[in-house]
Design a protein around this ligand. Sequence first.
Ligand SMILES: Cc1cc2nc3c(=O)[nH]c(=O)nc-3n(C[C@H](O)[C@H](O)[C@H](O)COP(=O)(O)OP(=O)(O)OC[C@H]3O[C@@H](n4cnc5c(N)ncnc54)[C@H](O)[C@@H]3O)c2cc1C
Length: 474
Amino acid sequence: MFDVMIAGCGPTGAMLAAELRLHDVRVLILEKETEPTSFVRIVGLHIRSLELMAMRGLLDRVLPHGRRRPAAGFFAAIPKPAPTGLDSAYSYLLGLPQPVIERLLEEHATELGAQVRRGSAVTGFAQDDEGVTVELADGEKLRSRYLVGCDGGRSTVRKLLGVGFPGEPSRTETLMGEMEVGVPQEEIVAKVAEIQQSHQRFWLRPFGGGIYSVLVPAAGIGDRAEPPTLADFQRQLRAIAGTDFGVHSPRWLSRFGDATRLAERYRAGRVLLAGDAAHIHPPLGGQGLNLGVQDAFNLGWKLAAQIRGWAPETLLDTYQAERHPVAAAVLDNTRAQMELQSTEPGPQAVRRLLTELMDFEEVNRHLMEKITAIGIRYDFGEGPDLLGRRMPDIDLKQGHLYGLLHHGRGLLLDRTERLTAGGWSDRVDHLSDPTAALDVPCVLLRPDGHIAWIGDDQHDLNTHLSRWFGDPTT
Ligand SMILES: Cc1cc2nc3c(=O)[nH]c(=O)nc-3n(C[C@H](O)[C@H](O)[C@H](O)COP(=O)(O)OP(=O)(O)OC[C@H]3O[C@@H](n4cnc5c(N)ncnc54)[C@H](O)[C@@H]3O)c2cc1C
């Protein structure tokens, strides 16, 4: 029997498995595909995800595979420079192919001891007081204490659970692919700049090696269920640009819509949802994978605590309380971005106005903090503004703070030199550093790097240690 079975070995499932393994939880990932995906799509890791990678010692592994870009121009692709004052040591975007990040996360999970079974589609499950029995497509039954559906937007787990997925169906379809072009780059740059004056859902971007990433509206292209063809791209390019740029030799072709939906609940008993299984939205601002990986980071240590037996009663439910509003906000910002990409005069006027407003550094920074998820503040109750926010990677006498978080434990970062993690020291590390670049005497960090307490009083600290880390060990 496993402690946790995870349906789906995408980025969310792999990240969750790794987080659970940090706490010695027995994990099995069930993945329906027999081979890892070969569908090359470039995704961007945003600041918060890069921070998570740094917190688990993964960044050095990921960086060589990607290209760094400035943290700029994400919101509705409005071209503005990176805002000043982003409070992060990782203020850039790392573009890399999705299969690469999936492979790296899966390797990380399996190195930590997670098991992955490919060719194992979850088709049913039943839960009782003790655990969950999962049924696979071939009729095999497996048992675990918890099941997490990380099985993507069409999640079988969510459907079997009967959890509603309200929102809007897709109204606007877009073609996206990678292919070679038959005209010189200068010609493309000039033409694309001209068309983007009125069409934001249009680009031809050089990808390296003579390959271009092509994005064009799919209006009028028939059956959604059928994969698009090169001829579809050529026709749409001609309709909008008056030329098909001689596109040929596609590497992959796909289409996506702007369906926007959020699961009503993230948990029903012993079954939970994370990633695209819990929320879908158009890919504007490149947030979906980031959101899923961050769900996993939030859920991992809480579910591990539940299984290890030290979780306070309400800890697991803070997963939904914290992450549901974050996803709702992402859905909202993608709705707004979709509107801003419309070619209608009203939305175009709003876009021009927002473009002006973004010249104010504060507006530009606010939107950047939204898209990159570094502006998130969980509601931990009354307290200073820092409470509930993520802790940036500050310098300490022992090195970087994030270097001390690789094992997924809590951390008491203490400038007073008189506090202690006491009976929680098996779950919470204590670092006494009077020189730490902190404006407050002491912070308690959760394993996900969010600030759970600020103060200098041991009694108050103990109350908060109990709140997040359960009873002390005597
Ligand atoms: C065109 C486009 C561009 C995008 N660009 C970005 C970007 O730049 N940045 C970004 O952050 N996001 C981007 N996204 C979104 C991102 O790709 C998704 O949000 C991300 O893949 C979600 O990860 P996931 O692990 O939750 O789900 P998925 O990646 O969908 O993985 C789910 C896994 O579950 C498996 N599975 C499904 N059903 C079952 C079952 N019954 N049993 C077992 N296994 C099952 C699947 O085979 C799959 O491996 C983009 C999306 C699109 C369409």
